[in-house]
Structure formats: structure tokens, C-alpha cells
Design a protein around this ligand. Sequence first.
Ligand SMILES: Cc1ncc(COP(=O)(O)O)c(C=O)c1O
Length: 378
Amino acid sequence: MRVYFDNAATTPLDPEVLKEMYKVMENHYGNPSSIHAHGREARTLIERARKTIAGLLHTSPAEIFFTSSGTEADNTAIRCGIVDHNITHAITSPIEHHAVLHTLEAMEKSGVIKLSFVNVDSKGNVDYDHLETLLKNNERSFVSIMHANNEIGTLSDMIRIGDLCEAYNAIYHCDTVQTMGHYQHDLSKLKAHFLVCAGHKLHGPKGVGFLHVNHRIKIKPFIYGGAQERNMRGGTENIYGIVGMAKALELAYAEMEQHRKHIQDLKTYMMGKLTDQIPGVSFNGETDPEKSLYTVLNVAFPEMEMGDMLLFNLDIAGISASGGSACSSGTDIGSHVLTAIGASSSKPSVRFSFSKYSTKEEVDYVVAKVRELCPVNA
Ligand SMILES: Cc1ncc(COP(=O)(O)O)c(C=O)c1O
């Protein structure tokens, strides 16, 4: 058996998405910037995708800008949101994805901003009083706080942060890469200025994403070049990627509640089985379903010899999972998220992340294998 429990890193393509993309690849090779019929066909596909996405999110197509990734969307929001509005102070959390943290840290290093970190508790929850203090004690701030943490799943309260940012006239960027297509984002109500999406986290293609720029804020391009994306992002568009991402979002919205229930049930089931069968097991981050991303379960296993080999041994046993964020796997640097919440470094932590394709049989298999690898059986 081969189990893929690394869906927070990326998800398999939905066959329906592949079908749509294939049609585009086969039939629509025109450059969307060309004014002839081939170009116009390609342009129509892009604008249709934009309209689909905007409709699902209750916003206007004019607020959606296609990018090459979630990382590019984050970079655009942060760099342009700060520079174009002469912001000199930014607030973020220590558990953001590197797409956010490294961008802000680079800007601080080059003297563009002063950077403050809002406190988070031992489960990764934002300290909202501290956020308010930081907002109050500084000139107009740029706030970048993610919706769901990709390693431990803890959710932030976008309404509360939006209200605070509004009260202190701050610009609010929310990294929604892990929650787009998993939660209903009604952009007509949210107060965030920038939200982001990566197609590959919701059974869409890799190498495509979008940035939502609320009409209340204006920015200049991040990538200069041609007139694509209404002069906001140069570069010939990834047409099949864009079409695939829109289809993926459409499918995600069509069956969101069924998938959410299915996946949350699996997560709860796996937590129960692990707790019953592995003495000393615990979970990193929030586990309350109201405060935790249902696709992510971060498990802290009891201390064991060769704990750092656990992921490798799981892989040998046919299980693909991740230690912390998959975006940094392959390096031997520990997880900055687990460090920030004060998780024990002697306990090996594994992130299991599920999708609509995950099954109870797979959970049973994984728990059985994990049990074999844990010291209780020694
Ligand atoms: C929270 C978060 N933000 C940003 C990204 C980056 O997205 P992409 O892989 O499309 O660059 C990821 C990817 O893991 C993520 O989990």
C-alpha cells in the first residue's frame, strides 16, 4: 500500500481538472495578447476563469490577478502593499510561511521597514491584544497574518484581524493558501486588502495562483513587462494552469461541505486511534475543529531512539508525510513553526495532511505502521 498524507504540501490533480486543462493544451495555443482569433480564444478562456473565481468568492473579476504561485502572490502583496503606500512598519507572526517571513525579513534587512512579531500561544493562536498594542504603538502598519498555518493547522480569526486593521487604518494581507477551496471566503464581507491562492493546494495544477487585491487599495506591478493582467503582471499567461485552477475551485466549492465532513471525520478518527494506541502521543497546534484546519494533523510522537528517522521509516513503509512544512523538507533546518510554539525538539513531529481522496483504510494502515515504529512495541 502507498499512502499519500502530504496534501498540505500539494494535492493530486482532480481528473475533471486534468480534462479541462488537456482541452486547452490541445486546442488553444494562441497567445492571449494577440488580437487575432487564436489569441482572442485564449483571452476568453482566461477571462472566463477569472469570472468563475470572482463569482465563487463574491468579488469582482477586476480584483483577481493571476500569478505563478502562492509565493509570488504573497511577495506581490507584501512588497507592493508596503512600498507603494510608504509603510514603514509591518506586523507578522513568527509562524508564517517562508513566502511571507523571508520577504518581510529581507525588507527589514534592507531598511525599508521595522518588523514586529505578534505573540502566538503554545497552539499557534494569535494574541489579539498584543496585535492591537502593536497597531496602536506604531504609525500605519502593514499586517500579514496567515489564515491557517500550513504545519500545525491553527486558524486565525480573519474577522477580528480585519476589524482591528480597519480601526487602526492598517493594510491587511492574509495568506489564505491553505484555506482557499477549503472554506467559504466571502470577499464582499472580509476586510483583508490582499488574499492569495495556490492552485495546487486544492487539486488544481502547480505553478499557478492568484492574488486578490481589494478595490479599496491600489498597487503598482510587482513584475514589469507586457500589458498582461491589465498592466499589473507582465508575462504570457499560463492559460491551462489558470483554467485548471478555476475548475479546481469550482469543484471545491460544489462539494465543500461533504469533503469537509469526510476529512474532519478522518482527522478525528486518526487522533482517537493514535491516542488509544500510542502512549505519550500528543498533537501540535489547535485541535478544536472550530480553530483548526481540518486537512492538517500534526502529531508529536513520544521520544524515541532514531526519532529523526521516523519520516524516512514511514516512507519506507509506504507512507508519504511531512516533518513540518514540506516547502522546507529536504533541508535539515528544524521547523520554525514548532520552535515558535515551544514544541519539544526531542519529540519527533510528523504532519499528516488529508484530502477528499483520503480513506479510513489509509488511516488504519498508517496508524498500524506508526505503532510498529514506536517504542511501546520494543
Ligand atoms: C501557507 C502557505 N503560503 C504560501 C505557500 C507557497 O505557495 P506556492 O507553493 O504556490 O508557492 C505555501 C505552500 O506550501 C503555504 O502553505
